[in-house]
Ligand binder design. Structure first.
Ligand code: MSP
Length: 478
């Protein structure tokens, strides 16, 4: 039987359309999904949207729309984003889906309750709507949330609590022993030190009178399920938990891809829930950093939110995929400016890959070489391709997308050097051999690139078959 591979992105809040940070997460997960599919694995790639909670209610009311109408509009935009970026997700789960998602959340709730892991408590504390989380003074600077720069709400209410503290040592052990592997290592250490301070029980519901937009707590319609207790369950509700065939087939997840700000939920609450349910933990969490814009945090209030749809329209999906994967250090923060984007585009794509393909095809045409041989004929090229394939595999096993692309670009540089050395545009004894070798290199490049730049990979294959084609990446000027 084929090996299964289950990968997910986080599910974005639909308070606003997706930005380049969301695009980054989509693209990183997509590369892994495509890479594993190319290896013949049975891949299930899930994404979706997180549609409940106070943040959504607030955004909907600012537009004078009822929440459902509001989220429907934004969800469409996320789906469009996934589509234009050629994200190969197998499923898209919406947490407002009452047929697929709600029954799973209700089932989980009941199981936690039967286990004695839920209890009622009067809670007094701070809540940050931006984080959708109960926070403490440690999370504040000048009385404001360190992440969102907004004042938290003071809350005093009766909630259901989840006994996360009960699972503290099990969770710590799972992280320490890499049963649940957290990549990069620095993030794993960060989580272990967070856990070392002690895991507190977490509020798992909000009073319905204050927040009606969400899933009612089973058996207590005065309360709404806390948005994270609702959202995390998407990873199993989409598989049809508890009885679904896909659940049996694909759980546990191989990789959850998430941003650094939500690792805590995935590395503590989620394993806590899974331990309580008696389910195996996901194998790995890959944590990416944040994209800033011109050195500043992207935010609506600063008006510097970069719209990925516009970039795709202007430069093409693969240009944006390439920039996100290559320029943004895979597991750290990175920076976007239109200047940097254009620079990468012109240097690596237009003058690099695009120019190489055009030159080689032209030389082949002039030398009367028609179709490309599929087998790599030159020993040098064969060695180089095999080495690159290994490097790509190794880079991806450590989620180093940028390193993988660097290796692939070495092939492009080698081909460029070969052309300068051998001057195959001039007639010579070795001319045809060199051009054929270059054609095979291009063909191999197309294949290696397919998880990263799927559209380019296809176009390149077509051009190699046809012997010519339009420029893959026309130069762009500022
Ligand atoms: N709804 C929750 C996730 C629930 S998962 C069960 C959420 N949504 S979010 O829209 O705020 O964020 C979605 C993802 O986008 C997160 O992984 C987050 O880290 C990522 N990013 C949000 N802003 C980002 C950047 N500026 N840069 C890169 N990724 C960023 O959290």
């Amino acid at each position: 039987m084929e090996k299964k591979f289950y990968i997910s992105t986080s599910i974005p809040y639909v308070n606003a359309p997706g930005h380049i940070g969301h695009a980054l997460e989509f693209v990183q997960a997509d590369v892994l999904a495509r890479f594993h599919r190319n290896r013949g694995e049975d891949v299930f790639f899930l994404t979706g949207t997180d549609e409940h909670g106070a943040k959504i209610v607030k955004a909907a009311s600012q537009q004078n729309l009822p929440p459902k109408l509001f989220v429907d509009g934004i969800v469409e935009k996320f789906q469009e984003l996934a589509q234009v970026l050629n994200i190969s997700n197998d499923d898209f789960l919406r947490t407002t889906d009452q047929k697929r998602h709600w029954p799973a959340v209700e089932a989980v709730w009941k199981q936690l309750q039967e286990k004695g892991d839920l209890y009622e408590k009067e809670y007094e504390g701070l809540y940050c709507v931006g984080c959708e989380a109960f926070i403490t003074s440690k999370d504040l600077a000048d009385g404001k949330c360190k992440i969102h720069g907004t004042e938290p709400e003071h809350i005093k209410e009766r909630n259901w609590f989840f006994r996360l503290s009960k699972y503290e040592s099990q969770i710590r052990e799972a992280l320490e022993k890499d049963v649940l592997r957290i990549v990069p290592e620095t993030r794993k250490r960060e989580m272990l030190s967070f856990i070392a301070d002690g895991l507190q029980d977490v509020s798992f519901s909000r009073p319905r009178k204050d927040l009606a937009w969400g899933i009612p707590v089973p058996g207590d319609d005065t309360q709404t399920v806390y948005v994270w207790a609702d959202a995390l369950v998407n990873y199993i509700s989409a598989l049809g938990y508890p009885q679904g065939e896909n659940f049996k087939k694909y759980w546990p997840a191989d990789i959850h891809v998430v941003g650094k700000d939500i690792l805590r939920f995935h590395a503590t609450i989620w394993p806590g829930i899974l331990f309580a349910l008696g389910l195996p933990l996901p194998h790995a969490i890959f944590v990416h950093g944040f994209i800033n814009v011109g050195g500043k945090k992207m935010s609506k209030s600063l008006g510097n939110v970069v719209d990925p749809l516009r970039l795709v329209e202007q430069y093409g999906a693969d240009a944006l995929r390439y920039f996100l994967l290559r320029e943004i250090p895979s597991a750290e923060d990175g920076d976007f400016t239109e200047g940097k984007f254009q620079e990468r585009y012109n240097a690596d794509l237009a003058a690099g890959l695009g120019n190489l393909a055009a030159r080689v095809l032209k030389m082949a045409q002039n030398a009367g070489i028609e179709a490309v041989q599929h087998a790599v004929e030159s020993a040098d090229i064969k060695g180089l391709i095999e080495k690159t394939q290994k490097e790509v595999e190794e880079a991806l096993s450590g989620f180093r997308f940028n390193a993988a692309l660097e290796s692939i670009w070495e092939v492009i540089h080698s081909c460029d050097r070969l052309i300068e050395q051998e001057r195959p545009w001039e007639e010579s004894a070795g001319q045809k051999g060199t051009i054929t070798a270059l054609l095979s290199a291009l063909s191999a490049l197309g294949e290696i690139l397919s998880p990263f730049l799927p559209e380019t990979s296809e176009r390149l294959a077509e051009q190699l078959k046809a012997g010519s084609g339009e420029s893959l990446f026309p130069r762009k000027s500022a």
